[in-house]
Design a protein around this ligand. Sequence first.
Ligand SMILES: Cc1ncc(COP(=O)(O)O)c(C=O)c1O
Length: 373
Amino acid sequence: MLPVLVPDMPPPEALMPLLEAIARSGRFTNFGPMVGRFERDLADLLGPGAAVCTTSSCTAALEAALGVLDLAPGTAVLLPSFTFPATALAVCRAGLRPVFCDVDPQTWTLTPAIARDALPRAGAGTGAVVPVAAFGCPVPADEWSAFSRDTGAAVVVDAAAALGRQGLADGLLVAFSLHATKPLGIGEGGLVAGRDADRIARVRRAINFGLENGTVTAGGFNGKLSEMAAAVGVLQLARREDVARRRLAVRQAYRAALARLPGVRLQRDDGDAAAVLVVQTGVPAETVAAALADAGIETRRWYAPPLHRQPRFAGCRRIGPDGGPDLPVTDGLADRAIGLPFHGFLTPDDVGRVVGALAAAPDRHRPPAGGRA
Ligand SMILES: Cc1ncc(COP(=O)(O)O)c(C=O)c1O
């Protein structure tokens, strides 16, 4: 099978000197020198004014970021249903209440315009919005910053798959994942970034048992990143341009080949460094998956079923485009979107093979419903 994802990790021999430095330092966790170095490198990557706290995962990052907003238990939080379960699970773990919205048919994200529409319907007590950088395509940070300023709702961006692409802006907290399948993955890990250093300091306290100088002054849990995991991160950031260059070449090959297939749609602004490659076709994703599996090609249906169709969230409120509970764009995407093999080790022949199998999939030429391509 041609695999859908292949982690792109630093070679073990490059890691050895850093592991030896950690052993010499005698510090293996609790914000030691390697985590400090990694956080400084991440802040450089994220641009002027960035403050960073690494975490054990993006899920922990989201929970901690939501936790420092000081919202009353049970406060409503708007988020897209078209996301990975971690987004809503983190909302629940922070003691808040998910309210699901639809997404934009072109960008596949919850936009400020959709949230502005949903906000009055969700009730005056809505405390926050969690837009998701779907599949690694960034959300407009400045527009979300303005949204937060205008509406008073806090904004925590779930940019799990968008490290290196998602920008920061005043008032936002942004959570990223460092899971092995992400473009700069380290195995397991995450971070919260923002321009408000005090808030990031509170995130740091939250992921360290709520401790401040040995005293528990706030709620918290253990969400810290270990020194050894941070060493992988230091190396990943150093090889970032090389990884990005190889992924870009594959992306461009796909884009050229897919442009010749009518009825196959890419996410708009699906940038050159997006984490995965998802297409929407006119036929059920399982039909395409079966055809590609027959051709020896693995596929993946991320964000499917969408969260409003998951039993854990069945009781959660939904606010669709017409104010009712239907989320038509999300349902269409969840049923018709499919992830194709995408990683930096694919050859032009591999890409040709995938696109050829997609072209031969039954009824693939039918245009996707809803919105222009
Ligand atoms: C949108 C989104 N949010 C959160 C997560 C959770 O990330 P982590 O595995 O680092 O907790 C993922 C994981 O893929 C994701 O896709």
